[in-house]
Design a protein around this ligand. Structure first.
Ligand code: UDP
Length: 140
């Protein structure tokens, strides 16, 4: 299996509850390595751009408001089959549907405040990493 990269966000519900370490530990235990990380306050424009694919969805405005409601930690992660590995440890979007042992089952508050974002394809991972990191900020 090839070593690839994915993009993760530790969302405001998790940073608010001081769960940056807890979430990161679960990512690391799942075989992912943090190769870039920074804590930022996203602007409205940044959040709208990041979630542009969802702009026609009914939850878009609430999602943008939530994502700028506090700091987030953006991360590039590396590992074997990183996108799937991360999606597996994240769990289902709605924590009510997430499997035991996943980040969202363990930590998420709701379908919106669900603690983590993770890229859904290698193509989107590359786009999302480049949205937040310069190449020299990633140290593999
Ligand atoms: N979301 C929401 N309501 C919904 C579906 C999604 O607030 O009914 C939010 C939630 O924070 C989710 C994000 O929008 O993580 C992106 O949705 P997506 O379907 O891409 O889920 P994900 O890939 O994050 O599991």
């Amino acid at each position: 299996m090839a070593v690839t990269r994915t993009f993760s966000i530790i969302k405001p519900d998790a940073t608010r509850r001081n769960l940056t370490g807890g979430v990161t530990k679960m990512l690391e235990e799942a075989g992912l390595r943090v190769v870039a990380s920074k804590r930022i306050q996203m602007t409205k424009e940044q959040a709208e751009g990041f979630y542009a694919v969802h702009k026609e969805r009914p939850f878009f405005n609430d999602l943008v408001s939530f994502m700028i409601s506090g700091p987030v930690v953006v991360q590039a992660l590396e590992g074997e089959d990183a996108v799937k590995r991360n999606r597996d440890v994240m769990g289902a979007t709605n924590p009510a549907d997430a499997a035991e042992g996943t980040i969202r089952k363990t930590y998420a508050e709701s379908i919106e405040a669900n603690s983590v974002h993770g890229s859904d394809s290698d193509e989107n991972a590359a786009i999302e990493i480049a949205y937040f990191f310069k190449p020299e900020e990633i140290v593999g």
